[in-house]
Design a protein around this ligand. Structure first.
Ligand code: TXA
Ligand code: MG
Length: 339
């Protein structure tokens, strides 16, 4: 990975050694990037509006975009949410700690700075040992978006965080590469029926098993959705390369076509090795199963940028489990290129 050697660097601490320092910094109003099983988060004390404001400044994110409050244990849900419907308990029992965020009516404890002035709050207990130790040491909610600059893909390693945020973060807690690789599934439990606002690490099939019915998936072009989940703009999840989504049958000809246009380097990302690719096409290492594709997606997109690929032709994984989330992110990245 290439990091500008002149860029001021934050302190990066590995493993448990950093947890104590990280928790002290957060309690003192600092910003700490920490690993979760999905992506790295940029954390601050969720009860401290000034600390939360620093998150928005560091990311360059509009302040009306609400943040997820990360909790060390499910019992804290009662403190942060006003109404906890039975589905919330069912989902917490089934998936926490894990890649599921629930939107619930907020309690007075959730500041406007975190909710973007909304009446709801997003809550999640992440499944990463260092995140849980950190949350335990902080003792309360930690507000954290993904630890990338606004509009960039989420970081899945500590090095990605450093490359994106430089020393705008006080400390980076390094817990190695993220296991899931795409963000949490967001379920809105404030309506009559559960609605999935963002597919993510928990597959829709598993949610349906626990809820006893298919949750609705809030589909549609991103801008109209902005009122519901304001972070879901098409420009999110986009690398610098223009992403083109196609299928296994067409990928070689789509790539050859782009090469012949002479408008920059062409790369391919697919679940399997692609036969018959033109010599000039850069084939990124195939991403395998939907789980592996999810785990590698953002690092492949970043790799494409480092290789100065102008066009990245992607064959999505099967729409099973976390594959739905990968397809969603690829679709958004492709839409960003045409917006
Ligand atoms: O896996 C994840 O969810 C990661 C890790 C760090 O936990 N976090 C993450 O946060 O992806 P962020 O801020 O990049 O995306 C959270 C999304 C945004 O689209 C935001 O608008 C939405 O959740 N969100 C959070 N609270 C909300 C609320 N009260 N109402 C509507 N949308 C909310
Ligand atoms: Mg994000």
């Amino acid at each position: 990975m290439t990091v500008d050697p002149d860029l001021p660097r934050p302190e990066v601490v590995e493993g448990e050694a950093g947890v104590q320092l990280a928790s002290e910094l957060i309690r003192a109003g600092g910003l700490v990037a920490f690993p979760t099983e999905t992506v790295y988060g940029l954390g601050a004390d969720a009860t401290n509006p000034e600390a939360v404001a620093r998150i928005f400044a560091a990311k360059g994110r509009p302040t009306d975009h609400p943040l997820i409050v990360h909790l060390g244990e499910a019992s804290l849900i009662e403190a942060w949410a006003d109404v906890v419907p039975p589905e919330a308990h069912l989902l917490a029992d089934a998936f926490w700690p894990g890649p599921l965020t629930m939107l619930l009516w907020r309690s007075p404890k959730a500041p406007d700075a975190v909710t973007g002035g909304r009446d709801t709050v997003g809550l999640r207990v992440p499944d990463h040992p260092l995140a849980l130790q950190l949350l335990d040491a902080v003792g309360d909610g930690v507000a954290a978006p993904s630890a990338n600059r606004f509009g960039r893909v989420s970081p899945t390693t500590a090095a990605d965080v450093v490359a994106d945020l430089g020393d705008d973060v006080d400390l980076v807690l390094d817990g190695g590469p993220c296991r899931v690789g795409v963000e949490s599934t967001i379920v809105d439990l404030t309506g009559e029926a559960p609605v999935v606002l963002r597919p993510g690490g928990v597959g829709l099939d598993r949610l349906a098993d626990v809820l006893g019915r298919e949750p609705d998936l809030h589909r549609g072009p991103a801008p109209q959705r902005s009122a519901r989940a304001p972070g879901m703009l098409a420009a999110h999840y986009a690398p610098r390369a223009t992403v083109v989504v196609t299928d296994e049958v067409s990928v070689a000809s789509v790539a050859a076509d782009l090469v012949s246009r002479g408008e920059g380097r062409v790369g391919v990302l697919a679940p399997r090795v692609t036969d018959g690719l033109a010599a000039d096409v850069i084939e990124l290492e195939p991403a395998g199963s939907p789980e592996e594709y999810a785990r590698l997606l953002y690092s492949r997109l970043r790799q494409a940028d480092r290789l100065r690929i102008a066009w990245l032709v992607c064959v999505p994984p099967a729409a099973k489990g976390v594959g739905v989330a990968v397809r969603d992110r690829l679709g958004r990245a492709a839409a960003a290129g045409t917006a």
